[in-house]
Design a protein around this ligand. Structure first.
Ligand code: UDP
Ligand code: MG
Length: 318
C-alpha cells in the first residue's frame, strides 16, 4: 500500500484540535493508504501540547513535532516537509478551514498522475471583506511583478508527491513563501476549488503583522522589480535634470538671463525630491541586502525541541 503523510501546523489551537482530529479521522476512514498524521506544534503557549499528547495516546497514526518557539506557519510547514517520506504529502490547517473531506479527491487526482494538487479558495461569507480585499490585491501585485505565476486564493492546502517534497527540501531559503516555491518547482499540477467553512473555534492566528511579513517575503523573494524602481526613478531624475538644463540654456541663447529668477524654492523642491528618491532606492537596496545577509547566515528555518523521553535515551546527553 502507498503511504500518505499529513502535515498540520497548529498554534494555540486548544479549542479546535479534538474536534478537528475527529473530523479528519472521519474523512480518512476506509482510505486504502498507510496514513501518518504529523501535527507541528508551532510554539503554542496554551494547552495545545497536552491535547496533542493525548491524541498520540488514542491514535497511533499521530506524531507530534514540537518547535522550540513560534516560528510561524511557513516554518512549521517546512518542519513537516523536512521529515516526511510518504508517497504523497498533504498539508492543511488545523482549524477546519481546509476541509479534510477533500483529501480522498486529492488522492484520486494524485493517482491519476498529478504531482501537485493545489486548492483555490472560493471566497464565501466566512472570509472577512478585509481579507478578501487584501488577498486579491496581493495576488494581483505578485503576479504582475514576479516571474512565477501564483494562483490567486491559493492556500497552503495541497498535495505534493514525494518527488516535489524532495525538490522543496533542496530549497533551503530562510524567507519562505511556500505557495510561490511550489509554483516555482513546476511539475504537473491541477487546481481544486473549495469554499472554506468558518473556523471551528478560536480566532485566526494570522495577525496583521504576520500577514504583512508573509507578503513581504513573497514580494522580495519572488521579484526583483522593487530593486528596479530605484533605478527607474534615478533615470527619470537625470532626464528632469536634462530638461532643466535645456530650459536654463534657452534663457542664455535668447539673451534673457536677467529674467532667470534665482529660485530658492524650486531649488529646494528639487533637492528634496532627489533626496527622497535616493532614500527610497537605498531603502529598497537595504531590504535586499538584509535578505542576502539572512540567507548567508544560513540559519535553520526552525528548531525542534527534543521530547523528554528521547533526550533521556540519548547517550550523548549522559
Ligand atoms: N499557524 C501556525 N503558526 C502561526 C500562525 C498560524 O502554525 O504562527 C497555524 C494555525 O494554527 C492554523 C494555520 O496555521 O492551523 C492557519 O492559521 P489561521 O487559521 O489562523 O489563519 P487564517 O485561516 O486566518 O489565514
Ligand atoms: Mg484558518
Amino acid at each position: 500500500m502507498k503511504t500518505v503523510d499529513l502535515i498540520i501546523p497548529v498554534y494555540n489551537e486548544e479549542e479546535v484540535i479534538d474536534l478537528f482530529h475527529e473530523k479528519l479521522s472521519a474523512a480518512l476512514l476506509d482510505l486504502p493508504y498507510v496514513i501518518s498524521i504529523h501535527y507541528i506544534n508551532d510554539g503554542s503557549t496554551d494547552a495545545t501540547a497536552q491535547k496533542l499528547a493525548g491524541l498520540t495516546v488514542t491514535d497511533p497514526r499521530v506524531q507530534v513535532v514540537e518547535l522550540s518557539r513560534n516560528f510561524g506557519h511557513q516554518a512549521a510547514l517546512t518542519a513537516g516537509l523536512d521529515r516526511v517520506y510518504g508517497d504523497y504529502v498533504i498539508s492543511l490547517d488545523g482549524d477546519g478551514q481546509h476541509p479534510p473531506e477533500m483529501i480522498p479527491e486529492m488522492l484520486k487526482l494524485a493517482e491519476n498522475g498529478y504531482d501537485i494538487v493545489l486548492t483555490e479558495r472560493q471566497d464565501s461569507g466566512s472570509i472577512s471583506a478585509f481579507k478578501h480585499w487584501t488577498s486579491g490585491m496581493f495576488y494581483r501585485l505578485i503576479n504582475r511583478i514576479g516571474s512565477t505565476h501564483i494562483t490567486p486564493g491559493a492556500a497552503d492546502f495541497r498535495l505534493l508527491s514525494q518527488q516535489v517534497v524532495q525538490a522543496l527540501r533542496e530549497m533551503p531559503e530562510y524567507h519562505r513563501f511556500l505557495r510561490g516555491m511550489v509554483a516555482w518547482v513546476g511539475f504537473k499540477s491541477v487546481i481544486l476549488p473549495y469554499t472554506p467553512p468558518a473556523r471551528m473555534a478560536g480566532r485566526s492566528k494570522y495577525s496583521l503583522g504576520k500577514m504583512l511579513r508573509l507578503s513581504m517575503d513573497a514580494v522580495f523573494s519572488f521579484s526583483l522589480v522593487p530593486l528596479y524602481i530605484g533605478i527607474s526613478l534615478g533615470v527619470l531624475m537625470l532626464l528632469l535634470a536634462l530638461v532643466e538644463m535645456i530650459y536654463v540654456l534657452s534663457f542664455w541663447v535668447t539673451g534673457n538671463i536677467s529674467n532667470l529668477a534665482p529660485g530658492w524654492s524650486s531649488l529646494m523642491f528639487i533637492i528634496l525630491l532627489v533626496g527622497g528618491f535616493l532614500m527610497i532606492s537605498i531603502g529598497v537596496i537595504g531590504v535586499y541586502i538584509g535578505y542576502i545577509f539572512q540567507e548567508v547566515k544560513g540559519r535553520p528555518v526552525y528548531l525542534v525541541r527534543e521530547p523528554a523521553d528521547e533526550a533521556d535515551n540519548n547517550p550523548a546527553a549522559d
